[in-house]
Design a protein around this ligand. Structure first.
Ligand code: FVT
Ligand code: ZN
Ligand code: ZN
Length: 334
C-alpha cells in the first residue's frame, strides 16, 4: 500500500468500539430502572382489568386489581408510576368536579398504592380533560374559549388534593398559563411544598401521537382541538419560553412531550435547565407505532425500544415515561 492511502491517526475511531463492552462505554448515560416511570390507567370499576386495543399490552385497572398488576413489577424493580384516572361511571361536568372526588379512582389508588408498596414512587398526572363534560383540559367560556386564571386555579386545587392523598409528585399536563405558580403556591400554603414534587409538562405539543391515550382514558375533546393551549409542533421558541417560565414558577422537573419528534426540544431543555431533572414522555402513539412496526417485521421490538429510549437519554433526558417499562424491567435483567 502506498503511504498516501494510509489513514491519519485522527481518522481511526473503530478501535474505540470494537468490543461489546467498549460499545457500552460510549453511552454517557445508560438506561437503568430508576429512570423509568410507568404510566398506568386507573378506572372507577374496582375489579376492572380491561385491555386497551390501541395500546397493545396495556390495560385499565381497577383499584382492587393493583396488587396483582404491580406486585410482580415492583419485585422486578419498578420504581415509579404515573397515574391517569379513567372515570367511566361518574357525571362529568363543565369544571371537572370528579377530578378530585375523594372516592374517585386516582385518590383511592394513591392511598392503596402507598399502603401496598411503600417504596414505590407515586406520581399523578393532573388534568381536567378526563373529567370535564366537554373534554377540554381547562374551564371554558360560553364561546368555547379558555378561562385562563380559573382554569389554573382549578387545576391547582386538583393537584393539592392528590398531594394531600399522598402523591409524591403532581404532574400537570393541562398547559394552562400560570398553573405551575398556582400549584406551587397552594402546595406551600397547605404545607406540602417540601414533600411533593412538581413535575411540569412544560413543552407539551399539540401532537397527533396522543390518539391511543385518548382511547384509553376517554379524554378526547367533544369539540374543537387543543391548539390554543398545547404548543404548535414547529414552535421551538415558545417551547423554550415555556420551559424557562415553568422553572421560574417553581417546577422541580421539566418535561418534554412527545419524545422522538421533539429531541431537539429535549436538547434545548437540557441546556436551559441543566440543574433540573429532565423528563421525556414517550407517548401512546409512539409506543403504538413502535409495536406496530415490529409486528409488521420492520425491526425487532426490543432493539427499537432500546434505540428510541437511548436516543431520548442522549438528547438530555434523565427520566423517561414509557409504556415499555414492564418490558425493560425484564430486558435490563437479561
Ligand atoms: N396527559 C397525557 C396525554 O395527554 C397523552 C399521553 C399519551 O399519549 O401517552
Ligand atoms: Zn388534559
Ligand atoms: Zn393530558
Amino acid at each position: 500500500m502506498s503511504a498516501s492511502l494510509k489513514l491519519p491517526i485522527s481518522s481511526v475511531l473503530q478501535g474505540g468500539y470494537a468490543h461489546p463492552l467498549s460499545r457500552e462505554w460510549q453511552a454517557r448515560k445508560k438506561i437503568d430502572k430508576s429512570m423509568l416511570m410507568y404510566p398506568i390507567f386507573i378506572t372507577d370499576e374496582p375489579s376492572a382489568r380491561v385491555e386497551v386495543p390501541s395500546l397493545p399490552g396495556q390495560c385499565r385497572w381497577g383499584v382492587d386489581r393493583l396488587e396483582e398488576f404491580l406486585g410482580p413489577l415492583v419485585k422486578k424493580g419498578l420504581k415509579s408510576v404515573i397515574l391517569f384516572g379513567v372515570p367511566l361511571n361518574c357525571a362529568k361536568d363543565a369544571s371537572g368536579t370528579p377530578a378530585d372526588d375523594p372516592e374517585g379512582p386516582v385518590i383511592l389508588a394513591i392511598k392503596k398504592l402507598r399502603t401496598l408498596f411503600p417504596d414505590l414512587y407515586i406520581a399523578c398526572d393532573v388534568c381536567l380533560c378526563e373529567y370535564t363534560s366537554h373534554g377540554h383540559c381547562g374551564l371554558l367560556n360560553g364561546d368555547g374559549t379558555l378561562q385562563a386564571e380559573p382554569s389554573a386555579n382549578r387545576v391547582a386545587d386538583v393537584a393539592l388534593s392528590y398531594a394531600k392523598a399522598g402523591a409524591h409528585c403532581v404532574a400537570p399536563s393541562d398547559m394552562m398559563d400560570g398553573r405551575i405558580r398556582m400549584i406551587k403556591q397552594k402546595l406551600l400554603d397547605a404545607g406540602y411544598a417540601n414533600r411533593c414534587l412538581l413535575m411540569s409538562y412544560s413543552a407539551k405539543f399539540a401532537s397527533g401521537l396522543y390518539g391511543p391515550f385518548r382511547d384509553a382514558a376517554g379524554s378526547a375533546p367533544s369539540f374543537g382541538d387543543r391548539k390554543c393551549y398545547q404548543l404548535p409542533p414547529a414552535a421551538k421558541g415558545l417551547a423554550r419560553r415555556a420551559i424557562q417560565r415553568d422553572m421560574a414558577e417553581g417546577a422541580d422537573i421539566i418535561m418534554v412531550k412527545p419524545s422522538l419528534p421533539y429531541l431537539d426540544i429535549l436538547a434545548d431543555a437540557a441546556q436551559l435547565a441543566p440543574d433540573h431533572p429532565l423528563a421525556a414522555y414517550q407517548v401512546s402513539g409512539e409506543y403504538a407505532m413502535i409495536v406496530a412496526g415490529a409486528r409488521a417485521g420492520v425491526y425487532d421490538l426490543r432493539a427499537m425500544a432500546f434505540e428510541t429510549t437511548e436516543s431520548i437519554l442522549r438528547a438530555g433526558a434523565t427520566l423517561v415515561l414509557t409504556y415499555f417499562t414492564p418490558q425493560f424491567l425484564d430486558w435490563l435483567d437479561e
